[in-house]
Design a protein around this ligand. Structure first.
Ligand SMILES: Cc1ncc(COP(=O)(O)O)c(C=O)c1O
Length: 386
């Protein structure tokens, strides 16, 4: 179906932060398949895990115990401090699990029509419930009636959440991205998440973090909320967790970890031995290379370099980032930069119409990081001077 409008390029192979198209032209990947391939392309450890498990056991069913799933869950709980995990096949499904968990939490508290506070400009996925939670009318258009039970408030506005808290007795949870990804790499005030944590504690709500884009070391920490020294009740992951194999996870802690019981939620493929063995290898490899430190150092290098080259230039509105979540905001729509980038052999993204978004692999070298800033700055300067 024509759900995509792809760029006229087909990639044939990859290695680290590089890709090659059918004609053999080389590209520098500053997007990682939208924050997926943190370990880059064709990583030998990931490839080996895929081959080893693929030739041993791919799938059984969640009707039976799945050893690889338990191993991955133990490791994930270890790095995140969470208590239990439900495995899905995508980010949207991980958020679906979180939304269902919040509703069931409400139901167990005898709240008949539970509501979840979500943010304007957020993105949580394309299933009916997750697009209803998403704060973007374009993504919702044509799919009405939307799933009810979501209250949208402005992002980075604690008072807006407090006002809703006073007006409604049906709230059960807040669902928020620590940094809005699709919304344009929007980084909230330093204490925003702490404020949400306090409100949730005061009202007995679940704090649910969508770390699908920010998680798995991209932010410069394993998970972006670790900058705030808090822990959520629920956290969703996908993207960088599998480095390209389809996996999502909904993690829960404390009382939230006890909400689902046998039969309340499920998935045929979710958490099968193949994806779990790969994801476990991804975590071990991220740990081995100290990926949080690498993302933090490389991110700072790229940000400083962009600021040196572009600060004060007419048309540049902001240059911001957290680890390897990076954005350059222009004063005008700039979607065509994606195609111009492809011509120049670099993969970038434009989101929210005027925000150039860069999500390079965490394994890029310092030299590749410098190349990204050189090429992208050149592209932006020539675009702005037209
Ligand atoms: C923050 C966030 N949540 C959810 C999703 C949906 O993930 P998926 O496309 O794997 O369903 C995305 C995807 O871009 C995302 O960035």
């Amino acid at each position: 179906m024509k759900t995509y409008n792809p760029q006229p390029v087909t990639f044939e192979k990859g290695d680290g932060a590089c890709l090659w198209d059918e004609q053999g032209k080389q590209y520098l990947d500053a997007l990682s398949g939208i924050a997926v391939c943190g370990l880059g392309h064709a990583h030998p450890d990931v490839a080996k895990a895929l081959c080893d498990q693929g030739s041993t056991l791919i799938h059984t069913s969640n009707i039976y115990r799945v050893k690889r799933q338990q191993e991955l869950a133990d490791l994930l709980c270890n790095v995140s401090g969470m208590d239990s995990v439900f495995f899905s096949n995508s980010g949207a499904e991980a958020n679906e699990a979180a939304i269902k968990l919040a509703r069931m939490y409400g139901s167990q508290k005898k709240i008949g029509a539970p509501e979840i506070i979500v943010m304007e400009k957020s993105f949580h996925g394309r299933t009916l419930a997750t697009l209803s939670a998403t704060g973007n009318k374009k993504i919702q258009a044509g799919f009405e009636p939307l799933v009810t039970g979501f209250i949208h408030v402005p992002f980075n506005d604690i008072e807006a959440i407090n006002r809703v808290a006073q007006d409604s007795k049906n709230i059960v949870a807040v669902l928020v991205e620590p940094v809005q990804g699709e919304g344009g790499i929007r980084i909230p005030d330093e204490n925003y998440l702490n404020g949400i944590r306090e409100i949730c504690d005061r009202n007995d709500w679940l704090m649910m973090l969508d770390e699908i884009q920010t998680g798995m070391c991209r932010s410069g920490k394993w998970f972006a909320h670790q900058y705030n020294n808090i822990s959520p009740d629920v956290m969703t992951l996908a993207k960088g967790l599998g480095n390209g194999v389809p996996i999502g996870a909904c993690l829960a802690k404390g009382r939230a970890a006890r909400v689902f019981q046998p039969g309340t939620h499920g998935s045929t493929y979710g958490g099968n031995p193949l994806v779990c063995h790969v994801a476990k290898t991804v975590i071990e490899t991220l740990d081995k290379i100290n990926a949080p430190q690498a993302a933090s150092t490389l991110g700072k290098q790229i940000l400083d370099s962009f600021r040196g080259k572009l600060s004060g230039v007419d048309g540049i509105q902001d240059i911001r980032g957290m680890g390897l979540l990076l954005a350059i905001e222009l004063d005008r729509p700039c979607a065509e930069l994606v195609g111009l980038g492809i011509d120049k052999g670099i993969l970038i993204n434009v989101t929210d119409e005027n925000v150039i978004r860069l999500l390079p692999p965490i394994i890029i070298t310092g030299q590749q990081a410098e190349e990204i800033t050189e090429i992208v700055s050149g592209l932006i300067l020539s675009f702005l001077s037209r």
